[in-house]
Design a protein around this ligand. Structure first.
Ligand code: 9D3
Length: 243
């Protein structure tokens, strides 16, 4: 998968390829990651990429021309059929279903805005999809682009080990994770739940599912509302809540 990021801060987005799962995917040649800077396409001596907003108001707006030129250059580097995705507070909220849809593509171009935003005409003309990470204020689209890239790249075949990939389509889907513990068995007066030391794998699996269900109900009732619990699952949840 070939990824291009159009950004005024290429050094910032490059760090996504320096660590962990995405870094390994790049090293293995499963994904390529490059950035294109609109400033390199600004025509004037000052290399201007922003200007004052028509209609007045605070802040600056990214200019059409340098962004369009950078986008064109970025598009030329990715396969045909690679969409242009703009990260912006006005976008639909990114989720795992969107990550899965993107993971099937041959490439993508991410457009990260700065300042108050990008001239709307550029978005109308060149952007296929606008995405947000949710209702909080970032300083620009770069961190959002990096988050989307991380979520997509880990879904690509060969990026995660077999065990981790199998976990992705387990029955726990749609729920928060169960709690995790490692050695020692007791620390700061707190013990690992007895069931996890029992060696009874069926009991452990049931307990973990119950924990996932119970925690999801308490912390993210919206997730549990989407599920159609059978009688056994409802009983596990009721028992969790009764404790
Ligand atoms: C303080 C500026 N705001 C005035 C009401 C508007 C605003 C402009 C630009 C707010 C944020 C940004 C920059 N944000 C992004 O580019 C962004 C973002 C975000 O802020 N939150 C969640 N997801 C995303 S994706 C891109």
């Amino acid at each position: 998968m070939q990824l291009q990021i159009v950004t005024l801060f290429p050094d910032m987005v490059r760090t996504v390829a320096d660590y962990g799962v995405v870094g390994r995917a790049v090293d293995r040649g499963i994904v390529s990651l490059q950035s294109t800077n609109p400033r390199d396409f600004a025509a004037d001596v000052h290399r201007t990429v922003d200007d004052r907003p028509y209609g007045g108001g605070p802040g600056m707006v990214m200019k059409y021309k340098p962004v369009a030129a950078a986008l064109k250059a970025a598009r030329d580097e990715v396969p045909a059929g690679s969409p242009v995705v703009c990260l912006s507070p006005q976008g639909a909220v990114f989720n795992q279903a969107t990550a899965q849809r993107f993971a099937a593509l041959p490439g993508m171009v991410f457009l990260a805005g700065r300042y108050e935003g990008i001239d709307e005409r550029l978005i109308e003309a060149e952007v296929d999809e606008e995405l947000s990470l949710g209702d909080f204020v970032l300083s620009g689209g770069e961190i959002a682009a990096m988050a989307v890239i991380d979520a997509v790249v880990r879904l690509l075949p060969g990026v995660l080990g077999d065990e981790a990939s199998a976990q992705q389509d387990s029955f726990m889907e749609g729920l928060l994770d169960h709690p995790h513990y490692t050695r020692p068995e007791e620390i700061a007066g707190r013990r690992v739940p007895e069931v996890l030391l029992s060696g009874d794998h069926a009991r452990i699996a049931k307990w973990r599912y119950q924990q996932a269900l119970g925690r999801s109900f308490l912390r993210r009732p919206d997730l549990v509302a989407k599920l159609d619990l059978n009688d056994e699952q409802q009983k596990l949840l009721d028992d969790f809540l009764a404790e």
